[in-house]
Design a protein around this ligand. Sequence first.
Ligand code: ADP
Ligand code: MG
Length: 572
Amino acid sequence: MPIRVLDPKVVSRIAAGEVVERPASVVKELVENSLDADSSQISVETRGGGLSLIRVTDNGVGIPAEEVELAFNRYATSKISDFEDLGSISSLGFRGEALPSIAAVAQVDIATCAAGESIGSYLAVEDGVTVNRESQGRSQGTTVTVRNLFRRVPARLKFLKSLATENSHIANVVSQYALAFPEVKFALFIDGRVALRTPGSGRLIDSVTQVYGLEVAQKMLEVGDREEEWQSGAPISTPRVTGMIGSPSVSRSGRGYLSFFVNRRWISSRLLAWAVEEAYHGLLMAGKHPIALINISLPAGEVDINIHPTKAEVKFRNEHLVFGAVQKAVRQALIELAPVPKIEEVATTYVSPSASKQISWTLPESGDSPATSPPVAPQTPAVSLPVLRVVGQLSGSYIIAEGPDGLYLIDQHAAHERILFEKIKYQRSPSGIEVQGLLEPVTFEVNPKQGEVLKLHYEDLGEFGFSIEPFGDRTYLVRAVPALLHDKDWAGMLRELLDAVSGEDRGDWVESLAMSIACHGAVRAGQALTSDEMRELIRQLEQVTVPQTCPHGRPTMIRLSSEQLKREFGRT
Ligand code: ADP
Ligand code: MG
């Protein structure tokens, strides 16, 4: 093919791809525009995962009638006028790309009325071309409606996940901006349901309560916000850090609860995530992550926001300074929470089998065995287990047992997890799983993202011994739980699970649920077992179909064969 200049329509669709990756990107751009317009109320409505409809309505400054069409031109912006302005941007938008990009891949219309205008304007754009324009009465503010997103970009449609996943991304974007702008009243409606509402009170804690629920909100600690202290004497380039963090007792199993806002822009930053996690060092169990909302304010010249197509990342002029300020502020808040709960990692942490692999058999190298004798490789039995005799427990975590073909070291947690997993998976029925009714129903709150998944699947939980029913927008009522979990943190387990799965595939969800219940119900590492308990565990392990690995595929045991023992001790 000879070189040809692409048709402008093709060019604009390609360029749009940088900004509009998925429905949630449209929501982000439109909400940012509403925030830049000084709105105090922003309402977001979506249907069909945002593909059928996205509508963002605000009460901001609006667009003057003569500028409405211009807003859809590429690189048309009211926010900067020359290159120098890039160094001092205080708005969220500045490239003038969002509206034209969205219009290149969807049908867009806008109804807007600027302050001081008596009548508003309406404009409809399709495929980047204006198809309708008229005057229309409305109160001050702007409504942008986006329909049939990506309908003409089949390649992009193909890469989207299920509607549930897209909804959860949308819920996340709106949640993040609700956290960044507590003074703005947000409402999010997904397919006609209220997914989030914030009061716009200006208090961060009120937004946190709406997004993460009351339970989390009650355990949040304030970070920084001693304005006087910060102002006095600090050099002007010193970042000011404010926000809220979760006390160590509300940790989460993923990093999805770390939110960073730089000059009120929601960004992702591994550097800052690291700074926060460093501050929690020693306070959380292994594999757990904190909840944190961190606002960083610093002079515009100290940060470059123009390094990423969707403005999702920024570059700090002095990374060390920002890292240190965040870490210090978070640490300070944690220290003030007296007494700092120290978690004994060994006693309560689930020792992952990868760690168990590091336990080495330190067999003495006998004099006459050749120095090159092969290292003792952990072996797993090929098929089902032979009859084993329990010898004892090691480190409170491993069962030592003897079989006809050698010595077995069994990870008690992993083994029990496998036993429970098979029981739960194969016997799932009202009679198969023992249920424990709760003395009083317990309310279970979910954040908007978790809510999207739970809505689809809460009925399945019944098969696993949970009795759970919707109770208001983002609250469920739990009346019974699997007996296995009744004295465990089943609410934490459910939240972890809802965070981890996207919910599109019911099979995946059911499998993950069985795994989670098994993992949380199983004996822990570090838990002393009686000989009878160990014997019973091994008897049950002999009966499962795949005794060698836990449901996650990690080994439950290693075996040292009689031959290896002889070799190691130099006998023939
Ligand atoms: P940018 O935000 O980078 O300036 P956009 O394409 O998102 O670019 O928007 C173009 C222009 O349209 C903005 O600069 C602003 O003047 C105007 N605009 C868009 N949305 C709104 C809104 N909700 N309220 C007021 N003005 C808006
Ligand atoms: Mg914009």
